[in-house]
Design a protein around this ligand. Structure first.
Ligand code: HEM
Length: 620
């Protein structure tokens, strides 16, 4: 698992004189003092010493190597957000930073990525700049936790966050412009006291205002410095929420229920604080963030996590695994992990960090994943959710096994004399058919729900629809039924969209099966032949296997398993239609289709029509 640092900063080596350009004072600039050393100056006021790691990718890469870090995602320095300037100036400044960041990354040997910045005082300009930056290669955006008097629950900022979700942009919230500064003139207290409070304020504002209720779940947002004081004071927040109507805000759920909606970084510099974060937020929600290369950053990036007593799997998540999903770089991480809720009150590990039944299987996280929408909760909605979740878990296993079948058939293609891979493919296919049998049976449990009971909460589910089951569509694409049009249902979830696009590009099970038969010498096709002739040739190849049963037992077993799988998937479609008719009659679906009559059209779909055609040929 790569080690990825999602919170660190840069400053371009050269910087135009913005005070001169705009005729306004107090712009940041860089003053090089000696080789490899510089100062950031705001107007004529010294702000901070910096060194060449800020602008020189060579130095940065060397230090990353020293600390065992594969990738860093760079952000600008928050004091330069310029949210109080006229928007044209702030936008120009943001563009300079954003383009400079990309330029620096191009010299980073693929190991440096960046977050852009936007003029958050103007939402339209921010959305436009974010879209431009995402197209140009940024992975997301760093924003301040407030714009003047506006907190993150400001409707304009919520609109911007919505846009980030749509663009698939990760958001890093950094505290800045700290409160109470007249009372903290000394001892870096704005950093040590003000910043944690600002970050806590950002999170609490988003929770209590109901911003998380309005924002889509695919928003990936992280709060710097471990979320500031938030985790430590969550109990206080909950206590107020439970006992004081004023503290209740307008959120739909108690505060802790929103912990699965955001990430925090690990920049807390203390083992007990890190442990509290993991136990409060869940190990899936903490990301390596160093604040490098500033003086208050972590010296020895990742050393806090590496020297902690958590097990190796948790370490690897914190060091990089979680960042892959936060940054949208890897959809391979299961949805259950991405959306895992807090483990608060039920630590997933025993006190001495030994594995337990519960920690291994993530039972507390699993049991907290049901989030009924009806209010008051309808009794049958829990069943509805659990049945669907169970289907999705089995779909995940099916994809895992079908990928295994593909890998074995690809190996068989490379080595046509070997039988091992063919046997292994057949064994895994048998598992797929057994799982599908269970999936067909499961519909009966849902049929214990009366149609009236479903209608009592159906309205809450729109516009969600089975059309959006990414894994179901993946199974279809993987087996060879690739229909690009179906991608449109996944536009709201960029990771799912990207994963399905990948499946569209990759060879399907159908492709590799016939590739292996070609390598075995059974299939001879002319690439210039018509599709009908190629289809006939593939069916004849299957026929030839059956005609020499003695020599082809292993391959015939694969053919039989594939046929059975095809047959069972049609049975699944049929049972689903029966369920749909039983529950909603001939009404339209929430996904906008004609409902049962549309679904009936899918009954003719077959993954391996040649296997069926071969049967006709056999009887001729
Ligand atoms: C009350 C129960 C259910 C009803 C009323 C229902 C209804 C529908 C309807 C009407 C559609 C067509 C698309 C649309 O317009 O929304 C559909 C599609 C779909 N449903 Fe269901 N469904 C139910 C349960 C389930 C369950 C338990 C699963 C299990 C995963 C499921 C998976 C799917 C899938 C994968 C599709 C897409 C099928 C395709 O594109 O061929 N549905 N459902």
């Amino acid at each position: 698992m790569p080690v990825i640092d999602i919170h660190n900063h840069f400053f371009p080596q050269t910087w135009p004189d913005l005070a001169k350009r705009y005729g306004t004072p107090n712009w940041p600039w860089i003053k090089h003092t000696e080789p490899g050393k510089a100062e950031i100056i705001i107007g004529d006021r010294f702000f901070r010493h910096i060194y060449s790691a800020c602008w020189d990718p060579e130095v940065r890469l060397q230090e990353m190597d020293r600390d065992g870090v594969e990738m860093q995602v760079l952000s600008a320095t928050p004091v330069l957000f310029e949210y109080d300037r006229p928007v044209e100036h702030a936008l120009d400044c943001a563009r300079l930073f954003n383009d400079a960041a990309l330029e620096l990354c191009t010299r980073g040997k693929g190991r440096l990525k960046s977050f852009c910045q936007v003029p958050l005082q103007d939402i339209d300009a921010s959305c436009t700049e974010l879209s431009r930056c995402m197209r140009a290669g940024h992975l997301g955006v760093q924003i301040g936790n407030h714009v003047g008097e506006k907190n993150l629950d400001d409707p304009g900022i919520v609109t911007f966050l919505h846009h980030c979700a749509n663009e698939g942009a990760a958001v890093l919230v950094h505290p800045w412009d700290m409160l109470g500064q007249p009372r903290m003139p000394k001892y870096l207290m704005p950093w040590t006291v003000g910043m944690p409070a600002e970050t806590q304020l950002g999170i609490v504002a988003m929770i209590l205002s109901g911003a998380f209720d309005k924002l889509p779940r695919n928003l990936r947002i992280c709060f710097a410095h471990g979320g500031g004081s938030f985790a430590f004071l969550l109990g206080r927040l909950e206590n107020a929420w439970q006992h004081h109507p004023v503290a209740h805000g307008v959120c739909e759920l108690p505060p802790r229920q929103y912990l699965n909606r955001f990430y925090v970084d690990s920049a807390v510099f203390d083992q007990r604080a890190l442990r509290l974060l993991i136990e409060t937020m869940g190990a899936e929600r903490v990301l390596l963030g160093s604040d490098y290369p500033f003086p208050l950053g972590e010296h020895g990036i990742g050393s806090l996590i590496r020297s902690s007593r958590v097990n190796d799997e948790t370490k690897s998540r914190l060091l990089g695994g979680n960042a892959l999903s936060y940054l949208g770089l890897d959809r391979a991480e299961p949805v259950t992990v991405k959306d895992a809720p807090s483990a608060i009150g039920s630590p997933t590990h025993s006190h001495d960090d030994q594995l337990t039944y519960s920690s291994y299987l993530k039972v507390p996280e699993l049991l907290a994943l049901q989030d009924p929408q009806s209010k008051p909760q309808h009794h049958d909605e829990l069943l509805f959710i659990i049945v669907h979740q169970t289907y999705e878990l089995w779909f995940k296993e099916l994809l895992h096994d079908l990928d295994g079948v593909v890998a074995n058939l690809q190996a068989a293609e490379k080595n046509p004399q070997s039988h091992d891979e063919v046997y292994e493919a057949a064994r895994l296919l048998r598992r797929c058919t057994e799982i599908t049998r269970v999936l067909i049976e499961q519909f009966t449990i849902l049929e214990t729900m009366l149609p009236t009971h479903f209608l009592a909460f159906r309205g809450k589910l729109e516009p969600a629809s089975g059309f959006q089951s990414e894994q179901f569509r993946e199974i279809e694409f993987l087996c060879g039924l690739k229909d690009e049009k179906m991608l449109r249902y996944h536009r709201p979830t960029p990771e799912a969209y990207a994963q399905l696009e990948r499946r569209l590009r990759e060879p399907s099970l159908h492709d590799v099966f016939f590739g292996a038969l070609r390598a075995k010498g059974c299939l001879h096709t002319d690439v210039n032949a018509t599709e009908a002739d190629q289809f006939a040739a593939r069916a004849r190849a299957v026929l030839s296997l059956y005609k020499d049963e003695h020599s082809n037992r292993d391959w015939i077993d694969v053919c039989e398993r594939l046929t059975e799988f095809d047959e069972l998937v049609v049975s699944w479609r049929l049972r689903h239609i029966q369920l749909v008719e039983r529950v909603i009659g001939i009404r339209m679906g929430t996904g906008g289709s004609a409902g049962a009559s549309y679904l009936k059209l899918t009954l003719d779909k077959k993954f391996f029509p040649e296997l069926w055609e071969a049967r006709t040929l056999l009887t001729q």
